[in-house]
Design a protein around this ligand. Structure first.
Ligand SMILES: Cc1ncc(C[n+]2csc(CCOP(=O)(O)OP(=O)(O)O)c2C)c(N)n1
Length: 554
């Protein structure tokens, strides 16, 4: 086995092994040669090579999203590092562990006109859990071990991104056959999640409230124990509103929030206003539910999370700093049944909406909505479904998707800049087949995602190509001007056909409804290549079909 001669390279690789960080995504460069040599020469590591750093970082994010442990990124100095930023911000807001290892020039070569050099220390300072700025030289070994341990532990303990900046003096390529450095591993701590709050006051409030809403945002599958979900679902004073990305299911839950609340009158909203709002999970997609709760504030808003509580509805009254399971175990064992019509009344509304939904789908023309409906009917069970941002995730929220399907979307910053790369990373880490549904702009934006040698044959992409940003037709504002076409919808006539050929994907397209069902059946069959199905839809019909939907389901 070979080791880089650099103390810092040996320190990093050994501490990564010690902490179980074994997946490394490397982008090419020379300044990072000591790290690249260190990782690739060591069989403990599973290394991936991806040229485009923006895509590499989202790919790593997809891996880490599935593995729930840090994935490391290695890049050269200069703007290479800055291309990690979109994925770092996403990881920061989505609580996904990433370890960024950037090679740098030594301090005396910064800002004196040396090439490929920027000010790398603390460069992600607003969106990072910890920045460690290493120093080269044996006198700094203890200091470096300390800060590297601390940063790696932070990523593991708090599930988020950290940045370790590592200066290397030339020569960069020298190797040794025995490790010359043996850093001390300070193991990560196991976070204490026991509830420190006195629950009695909260229980008093809860046990006297006839209207309680539990709202759940992004949550990995199988996070909350089934018995607690059942308990919540069986409480007639509780409505559990779930998002597609919350991966929670029960017949008494309310999974399509917009479908339920979009047609409501002011009077009905007042009726829906809860006394207590209890929230779990990450970001909420539904703009309508945010607007509803901000306007009809509950008396109490409690959020449960080991790490943070956002005041999304401007009425946060308490943060239970613990896990959902820990909280529910303690809390639900002490709650009392409250007689209430709340859940029943709204389950009737939900049932009516579902009937209307089915009727509506029967009569609508070929459109994004219709296409989504057919995809949901044809999609196989027991897969992983990755969704891009924009209208895709919003449409997905309007359909009942089989509960065996695991759902993911980058909602931390809702960017369209790395959805495909994330989906590919997730497909590599998951043993389930992965289907990725995306809009055309999101797909074309991140087309370098396909420049990746690790894409499994059971990875499938559906592009709903409505010739631009369809979302902007759904949003308010004037739609029939050149300005709208150019600066909002950004109309185009591009397709994925040539990209598919270039990157070795099977490719098929749909241009009218009559082909849709059969092509979906063929598309979802097992294949010996990754696969793209590009479905072209009429942009000027899509917005009307969606907006009329919310009136029809009333
Ligand atoms: C990096 C980034 N830039 C800009 C945006 C703003 N934005 C949100 S949706 C959207 C259009 C997406 O279009 P497309 O992927 O075709 O999906 P559609 O709206 O047609 O469903 C844009 C530009 C964003 N979310 N992220």
């Amino acid at each position: 086995m070979k080791y880089s001669k650099k103390d810092l390279s040996q320190t990093i690789t050994q501490l990564c092994v010690a902490k179980g960080i074994t997946n490394i995504v490397i982008s090419p460069g020379s300044r990072n040669a000591p790290l690249t040599i260190g990782f690739t020469e060591d069989n403990n590591f599973n290394c991936y090579s991806i040229v485009d750093e923006r895509s590499a970082a989202f790919f790593a994010l997809g891996l880490a999203q599935q593995l729930k442990k840090p994935v490391a990124l290695v890049c050269s100095s200069g703007s290479a590092l800055l291309n990690y930023y979109p994925a770092i911000a996403e990881a920061f807001y989505s609580d996904i562990p990433l370890v960024v290892l950037s090679a740098d020039r030594p301090d005396y070569l910064i800002n004196i006109g040396d090439g490929q050099t920027i000010m790398q220390e603390n460069v992600f300072e607003n969106h990072i859990l910890e920045s460690a700025n290493c120093m080269e030289g044996s006198v700094f070994q203890d200091f470096n071990e300390e800060i590297i341990n601390s940063a790696l532990n932070k990523s593991i303990e708090f599930q988020g991104p950290v940045h370790i900046n590592i200066p290397f003096e030339e020569p960069l390529y020298e190797v040794v056959s025995e490790a010359t450095i043996h850093p001390k591993n300070n193991p990560p701590k196991i976070l204490n999640t026991t509830i420190s709050d006195d629950l009695s006051e909260f229980l008093k409030e809860w046990n006297s409230a006839k209207k309680k809403i539990v709202l759940v945002g992004v949550m990995p599958p199988n996070t909350i124990e089934r018995q607690f979900l059942n308990q919540l679902a069986e409480d007639e004073s509780v409505m559990v509103l779930t998002e597609t990305t919350s991966n929670l299911h029960h017949d008494n839950f309310f999974p399509s929030i917009d479908q339920l609340i979009a047609p409501l009158t002011e009077k009905e909203f007042e009726n829906l206003q809860p006394e207590i709002l209890l929230t779990f999970g990450g970001m909420i997609v539904s703009k309508k539910v945010k607007a509803f709760i901000r306007k009809h504030s509950p008396q109490q808003h409690w959020h449960v999370d080991t790490k943070k509580a956002f005041d999304t509805y401007f009425c946060l009254s308490h943060h239970f700093k613990t896990s959902a399971n820990e909280f529910l175990k303690e809390f639900l064992s002490k709650t009392e049944a409250v007689k209430s019509e709340f859940q029943k009344e709204w389950l009737n509304v939900k049932e009516h909406r579902l009937v209307q939904h089915s009727k509506y789908v029967e009569q609508i023309p070929y459109s994004d909505f219709k296409v989504f409906s057919e995809i949901v009917n044809a999609i196989p069970n027991n897969i992983q479904l990755q969704l891009s941002n924009s209208a895709t995730i919003r449409y997905a929220q309007l359909f009942e998707i089989d509960k065996s399907i695991e759902m993911f979307c980058n909602r931390g910053t809702s960017g369209i800049d790395g959805c495909t790369s994330t989906a590919i990373g997730a497909s590599v880490a998951s043993d389930k087949p992965t289907v990725f549904i995306t809009g055309d702009l999101s797909f074309l934006y991140d087309s370098n995602a396909l420049w990746n040698n690790y894409i499994p044959n059971n990875f499938k992409i559906i592009i709903i190509n409505n010739g631009g940003g369809g979302i902007f037709r759904i949003l308010p504002g004037e739609k029939d001007s050149d300005n709208f076409n150019t600066y909002f919808e950004t109309k185009h006539h591009l397709t994925a056909a040539h990209l598919a050929t270039m990157y070795g994907f099977e490719y098929n397209s749909v241009v009218e409804e009559i082909e849709l069902k059969d092509k979906l059946v063929t598309f979802f069959k097992a294949s010996d290549k990754p696969n793209i199905l590009e479905i072209f839809t009429p942009s000027k019909v899509n917005d009307r079909v969606l907006l009329d939907y919310f009136k029809f389901i009333k």
